[in-house]
Ligand binder design. Structure first.
Ligand SMILES: Nc1ncnc2c1ncn2[C@@H]1O[C@H](COP(=O)(O)OP(=O)(O)OP(=O)(O)O)[C@@H](O)[C@H]1O
Length: 209
């Protein structure tokens, strides 16, 4: 666990870049335990690209990333992307279990029940995931947030986590983000909606090339 006075994540003069094409330059960010940073910018600015770079899915070619005091990418951040990683041939409970296994967790049946209840999918445990609506499918991947704590994943990278969610679920999500940050986690998230719980903003528009 990072000491409270040490930034969890520092970006120093980072270039947000897709292949050969730089999108934003000299991006600087300090994220500490307790930070909920709303990453904003118009469509195509590079928000998803930056999250993918931090998740290790696209290279960082220019600039420095310091995580937990070391010059390295975040180790095993929770990355919630547009691709939900839900396998249609698995049941709802099997998909959630698989997604948690990726973070070294072996949830009990009670854990799965609680997490699915939190996202309003109680009773869907043995249903094939292919039978769910877009919002319900998204809820499977978000059910992880109920069980993951800062000691497992201190950093959450969330790309449009509120997409396809109804108002009640967005409110529950915001409560969970606040609880995670209060417990010592840090969050960098995109959303084209306002994020009431955010306590920091990174506007990529200011860094566009
Ligand atoms: N798969 C891809 N291959 C090549 N270029 C891409 C790809 N996806 C996006 N881009 C380009 O990278 C740029 C940044 O895209 P990115 O998805 O990071 O933007 P964004 O700020 O997340 O946008 P949005 O708000 O629409 O989600 C865009 O201008 C786009 O043309």
């Amino acid at each position: 666990m990072t000491a409270l006075n040490t930034p969890l994540l520092l970006l120093e003069e980072l270039t947000v870049q897709r292949g050969e094409i730089p999108l934003c330059e000299v991006v600087t960010l300090h994220l500490s335990a307790g930070s909920i940073c709303h990453l904003v910018g118009a469509n195509g600015t590079g928000k998803t690209t930056l999250l993918m770079q931090l998740a290790g899915l696209l290279p960082v070619l220019t600039g420095e990333v310091v995580y937990q005091g070391k010059a390295c990418l975040p180790s095993q951040p929770l990355y919630v992307s547009h691709q939900l990683g839900i396998h249609p041939s698995l049941t709802v409970a099997q998909n959630l279990t698989f997604l948690l296994n990726l973070y070294g967790m072996t949830p009990s049946a009670a854990d799965i029940d609680e997490a699915l209840t939190w996202v309003g999918l109680q009773g869907f445990e043995t249903i094939s995931s292919s039978h769910l609506s877009a919002g319900q499918t998204r809820r499977i991947t978000l059910a992880r947030l109920y069980l993951l704590t800062p000691d497992v994943t201190p950093l959450w990278l969330l790309d449009e986590p509120f997409t396809a969610l109804d108002v009640d679920m967005v409110a529950r999500m915001e409560d969970r983000l606040r609880d995670f940050a209060n417990a010592g986690g840090a969050i960098l998230m995109t959303s084209h909606q306002s994020v009431g719980v955010a306590n920091q903003v990174l506007d990529l528009t200011e860094y566009m090339v």
